[in-house]
Design a binder for this molecule. Sequence first.
Ligand code: DCP
Ligand code: MG
Ligand code: MN
Length: 339
Amino acid sequence: MEKHDGGKGDNPNEQTIVKLLKMADYYSATGDQWRTRAYRQAVAALRKERRLIRTKQEALTVRGIGDRLAEKIQEIVSIGKLQRLDNAEADPRDKILRLFMGIYHVGFPTASRWIAEGHRTLEDLYQKADLNRNQRIGIEHYEDFQQRIPRAEVAQHAAIVKKALRAADTEAQMIIGGSYRRGSADCGDIDILIFKKDAGLDQIRALMMETVIPELTAQGFLKVALATTHHQDSGSKWHGASALPGSKTWRRLDLLFVPWAELGAALIYFTGNDYFNRSLRLHASRKQMRLNQHGLYADVMRGQGRERITQGRLLEGHDEKRIFEILGVTYRPPEHRNP
Ligand code: DCP
Ligand code: MG
Ligand code: MN
């Protein structure tokens, strides 16, 4: 689940924004996409305001804020809290839902099915539920995977990966992405992009799967592989866990294998955050372009239901700054991509 740092602190509506973002996180965690969107929209609208919005009437004059949200905003400003948020945080079913959704790769559907089956604790699940291997590992290392990782430790894990990478190929390169690249003091996991000048995906993938990952596993640094994917749309990646020498704490490690030609688009995608990505992609589609983790495209043909008919013509894939430029968006350094 995505967590928020709240914002930059120079907006008169900061207190309101923080509460609304918590609600958005809460609704997102419970699978309510409609409300999630409404709350995020309200936050985006408030961010653009220069004045403090105090009353429902004032809130209703802001584009993107409807009746219900306007009431919530008035409640926050007048009593300094949001009853709905306090209730949500106290509700036992929601607590269990969030507990279960904290397991690696468990989403709302699985978590609610487990609750319907009568499970209430991680112990229940572990003893009685029908779990796959990754879910078992996720429960065994629940505490580890829930902890934030101090920034300095992320760098230590990355240094170990880099050493093995360079030993396998002196020209291979990597960049730490995710919240680390955005400058966070601590991270939910370790996200690393792997690439090499002029190399295609197959070359990077072979280097990692045949040499680097087996080597790091033999060293005892990599503890388990949780998922590997390799296909057209979602790209090529490795999910697993690592631990520093002498430490019993497992950390989640995500490796993204990136073709040289797609480095810029992959950097944008893997740097995030996910809200930033969504708004940039939306911006692209409003300009008749399409942005994904592989590149920025023009002339994308869509059918009646907005489904894509053609991939379109590649405008830019390699150069991160150039992608912003073509989109007509002022370049934002990673530290400023925390909407
Ligand atoms: N990403 C995305 N959409 C998602 C999930 C991820 O666009 N649904 C992108 C943006 C993220 C990046 O991938 O920044 C890495 O994903 P993480 O889940 O590791 O998220 P962060 O690194 O941003 O945060 P955390 O510190 O919680 O790991
Ligand atoms: Mg991350
Ligand atoms: Mn990640």
